[in-house]
Design a protein around this ligand. Structure first.
Ligand code: C2O
Ligand code: CU
Ligand code: CU
Length: 500
């Protein structure tokens, strides 16, 4: 028998070896073995244009044989993968059996704010919400998750999240893998803190609370160190970081090259060859991995030190470094040559994607993601409350989130450049209701895999983001923009905009 501690020590040794890019001869953890859970697929067309979800409590065993109380959408933990077709109208129904308020946000799906599921669109216990969404955007991977005011961190942590696949036929045209669960795999990355009985711990506001809730157990689709069977060809991984706060710095244990084909908003112009990929909370990337060689491989993450550095006068222990954020193996792939694998090569090009060309007269807005001393000081100067008492003192432009305050009113149909500056640490910045383009990040043009459509971006330095507002929002149901570290969002690093 291997104890969990031994397992974690061994997996992190494997990951460290992998991440430094050495051939990795470390013994494999004996605990690999749970098959990668593949969430049920719900295609809106199969459901005659409707998708029904029930948010409820359940029991899920992260550690085999040790079930713990979780939340899920029509499942004990997480929810089905939803397939929506561009051009279709989809009738959703979301029943709340949680016994507390929730909301469900379609993150990355372009729809009017009235059906976006932000904090204003509360589903009370026992109620059913029935939004109709007209899907109209390029093929991509999006997701859905709980977004209640001040309680998103806890509810997503408990399991209220799932993947969305938007289809428009491009996969077929490009000859990309699209056989769900075979050569097209949902990979939902999270980290959790479990006690010795395997029960979920959510304690984000301890001494490590400034950097958000992080845990030392890495999970994929709700399982610890699962194994996926891969056909001996090209496999598409739909990577979603659904963690509350941690970034994953992904690489394969044999350091193999993979190709990024899509980001949040859809396909890139051409596959981008990479050996390491950072994915921040809220982000998605689709990658193609070549298993033709037949070799097994592990997907690992390096340590996420972004919550532990650059913080004035705060040591690693203060910022969540004490537990969570470490290097580790996420999962393992084993090749099964008997599985069908119709795709044998990576396409040379994907879709036409014009370079962003903002007019020089475009209006600009400054957005500062504030926390710590800067936020407290601004708070003291009377520009807003610091969000004290419900987590770290955080806000945007010196003010904590206020549901009754509309921060910006861009014109529907207009474009703007948002100049966003992170303070104290790296923050994943997310905007509802738009797919934006990165004009610059840290004073540089974006790397090729960040140059396509985005709705979430990890900011370690200032960035210029080109927004285009195509979806209406009102004062009653505005769109949110926020840090996707859910504890920062809950504590007030969020603002809202309506279109006029
Ligand atoms: Cu993924 Cu406002 O959220
Ligand atoms: Cu969103
Ligand atoms: Cu943040």
């Amino acid at each position: 028998m291997t104890t969990r501690r031994q397992f974690l020590e061994r997996t992190s040794a494997v990951a460290t070896a992998a991440i430094v890019g050495r051939a990795c001869a470390v013994a494999e953890p004996s605990s690999f073995g749970t098959p990668l859970p593949i969430p049920e697929l719900r295609d809106a067309r199969v459901g005659r244009g409707s998708i029904d979800l029930v948010a409820a409590e359940g029991q899920h065993a992260f550690v085999p044989g040790r079930p713990t109380t979780t939340y899920g959408f029509s499942a004990p933990y997480l929810g089905p993968v939803l397939v929506l077709h561009s051009g279709d109208e989809v009738q959703f129904s979301v029943e709340n059996r949680l016994g507390r308020n929730t909301t469900v946000h379609w993150h990355g799906v372009l729809a009017p704010a009235a059906v976006d599921g932000g904090p204003h669109i509360v589903i009370k216990p026992g109620d059913t919400w029935r939004p109709v969404l007209k899907i109209n955007q390029p093929e991509t991977t999006a997701w859905y998750h709980a977004h209640p005011h001040g309680n998103s961190g806890r509810q997503v942590y408990m399991g209220l999240a799932g993947m969305v696949i938007i289809k428009d036929g491009t996969s077929k045209e490009l000859g990309l893998p699209e056989s769900y669960g075979v050569d097209d795999l949902p990979i939902i990355l999270q980290d959790r803190s479990l006690d010795r009985n395997g029960a979920l711990l959510y304690a984000p506001f301890g001494p490590g609370g400034m950097a958000g809730m992080r845990g030392d157990t890495l999970i994929v689709n709700g399982a610890v160190a699962p194994v996926a069977k891969a056909p001996a060809g090209i496999v598409r991984l739909r990577l979603l970081n659904a963690a509350n706060a941690r970034n994953f710095d992904l690489a394969f244990s044999d350091n193999r090259t993979f190709h990024v084909i899509a980001s949040d908003g859809g396909y890139l112009p051409a596959p981008v060859a990479m050996t390491a990929l950072t994915i921040a909370p809220g982000e998605r990337f689709e990658v193609l991995v070549d298993f033709t060689s037949g070799n097994s491989v592990q997907l690992a993450t390096a340590a996420d030190t972004r919550g532990t550095t650059g913080m004035m006068g705060m040591g690693p222990g203060m910022m969540g470094g004490a537990s969570g954020g470490g290097a580790g193996v996420l999962m393992r792939f084993e090749v099964d040559p008997s599985l069908p694998s119709p795709v044998k090569s990576v396409p040379a090009t994907l879709v036409a994607l014009p370079a962003p060309a903002p007019p020089s007269s475009i209006s600009r807005r400054q957005i500062s993601l504030d926390m710590g001393p800067a936020m407290m000081m601004r708070g003291m100067m009377g520009r807003g409350r610091g969000g004290m008492g419900m987590g770290p003192p955080v806000g945007i432009n010196g003010r904590a989130f206020d549901m009754r305050r509309i921060d910006f009113e861009p014109k529907l149909g207009s474009s703007e450049i948002w100049e966003v500056t992170p303070n104290m640490m790296a923050h994943p910045f997310h905007v509802h209701g738009v797919i934006f383009r990165i004009l610059s990040i840290g004073g540089m043009p974006p790397a090729p895999h960040l140059a396509g459509g985005k709705d979430t971006v990890l900011l370690d330095g200032p960035a210029e983001l080109l927004m285009q507002f195509t979806q209406p929002a009102t004062g009653r149901t505005p769109f949110m923009f926020h840090c996707h570290i859910l504890e920062h969002e809950d504590a007030g690093m969020m603002g809202q905009y309506a279109t006029n």
